[in-house]
Design a protein around this ligand. Sequence first.
Ligand SMILES: *[C@@H]1O[C@H](CO)[C@@H](O)[C@H](O)[C@H]1NC(C)=O
Ligand SMILES: *[C@@H]1O[C@H](CO)[C@@H](O)[C@H](O)[C@H]1NC(C)=O
Ligand SMILES: *[C@@H]1O[C@H](CO)[C@@H](O)[C@H](O)[C@H]1NC(C)=O
Ligand SMILES: *[C@@H]1O[C@H](CO)[C@@H](O)[C@H](O)[C@H]1NC(C)=O
Length: 376
Amino acid sequence: MDLVWITVSISLFLKCVDCSGTAKEWTYAGAVGQPEWAEFFPECGGSSQSPINVDTSQTLHDPTLIPVQPLGYNQPGNRPFTLSNNGHSVQMTLPHWMGFAGLPWYYGAVQLHLHWGNGVGVATGSEHTINGQSTSAELHIVHYNTEVYANISEAKTQENGLAVLGILIEAGEEINQAYGSILNYLGRIRYAGQKVAIPAFDIQSLLPDNLSQYFRYNGSLTTPPCHQSVLWTIFNERVKISHSQLMKLETLLYSSKAEEAELIVLQDNYRATQPLNNRTVLSSFISVSVQIYTAGEIAAIVIGSLCGCIGLAVIIYFIVKTIRLTSSWDVLPSIRPAPEPRTQDVAKEHKQDMALNMTSNPGKPEEDQDAPEPKT
Ligand SMILES: *[C@@H]1O[C@H](CO)[C@@H](O)[C@H](O)[C@H]1NC(C)=O
Ligand SMILES: *[C@@H]1O[C@H](CO)[C@@H](O)[C@H](O)[C@H]1NC(C)=O
Ligand SMILES: *[C@@H]1O[C@H](CO)[C@@H](O)[C@H](O)[C@H]1NC(C)=O
Ligand SMILES: *[C@@H]1O[C@H](CO)[C@@H](O)[C@H](O)[C@H]1NC(C)=O
């Protein structure tokens, strides 16, 4: 009882420390992991959160959604860009002249950053998913509404404040030079808090070729404090980076500082998809429906093939049974039943035969293995 009380009061105390502190340390997994975000950052529990799964059968085609128009993206200038490890991601500040049009306001670029997984098993790492499919990573290019707000700090808490371009990234064979302009420098910012100046490069080359196909919805920042101020644009076309480039992203960075004793690899910095609630996801194009079959047709196909399989299994069973039955009579002529065999006995005999076969079979490969016995 005492122990429970002490634990409870300690955890309450720690929570209060966290509440009063200005810099709340959040993580993707751990003490202030994703399930706890809403406790410390109330907006993370809101009803218009990001990322989401885009279900293309539920999107609404909006023919007024014109192609995304990046402005100044391909004019990098000659001053270096600043790349930094902020402990949650790799981030690069963008020059003030970059932005994008095609929305009711002009949005100026502020920064870009990436989200990724851990490289184990299936491709995970993107924040947004399309029809439940993740990709290996996701690039976010963050802009704020420069027509209405003075700066990003003001814009990020306000309606229509931010516009983010989301680019889904897959692993492929070829090296992507544009992404290399970032990924080649990760070794210089391995620890949280480190920065490096890198040569300016064409930001437009980070985008997919097709800027006319995208999904748009109202959502939030995908990291605390999760302000619900983001107008999202998720491109339908994925970009590819090489497997080795992806591995750099997944393994080179630490979320810990250089002076910290414990090294923590910065991986799996993606948020789980959030409920869509009543939001509409618009699409700029008519998505070629992957669903050629209706639910009823799929059910019919599944049941049909299931019946087929069962039928085949039954046929094979009877063929095997017949073969076994005849062969057992040949091997054991002494227990061959009288001219009028009682079916029960036959069945028993057959079962014994099966059991014998089953116990004797596993022995065989062992014998084979023992036979050559190479000694070196
Ligand atoms: C952002 O703009 C607001 C309002 O003009 C101002 O009070 C604030 O100091 C600015 N913040 C930064 C970081 O420039
Ligand atoms: C984008 O895709 C659409 C539909 O497939 C096509 O009509 C359009 O020409 C493509 N645009 C580019 C720039 O590839
Ligand atoms: C986003 O919200 C604004 C109002 O806050 C609305 O006018 C706009 O249509 C919404 N956009 C989408 C894509 O739902
Ligand atoms: C969704 O919208 C309907 C009606 O438009 C409303 O009754 C319902 O409460 C809304 N649900 C959520 C979760 O906002």
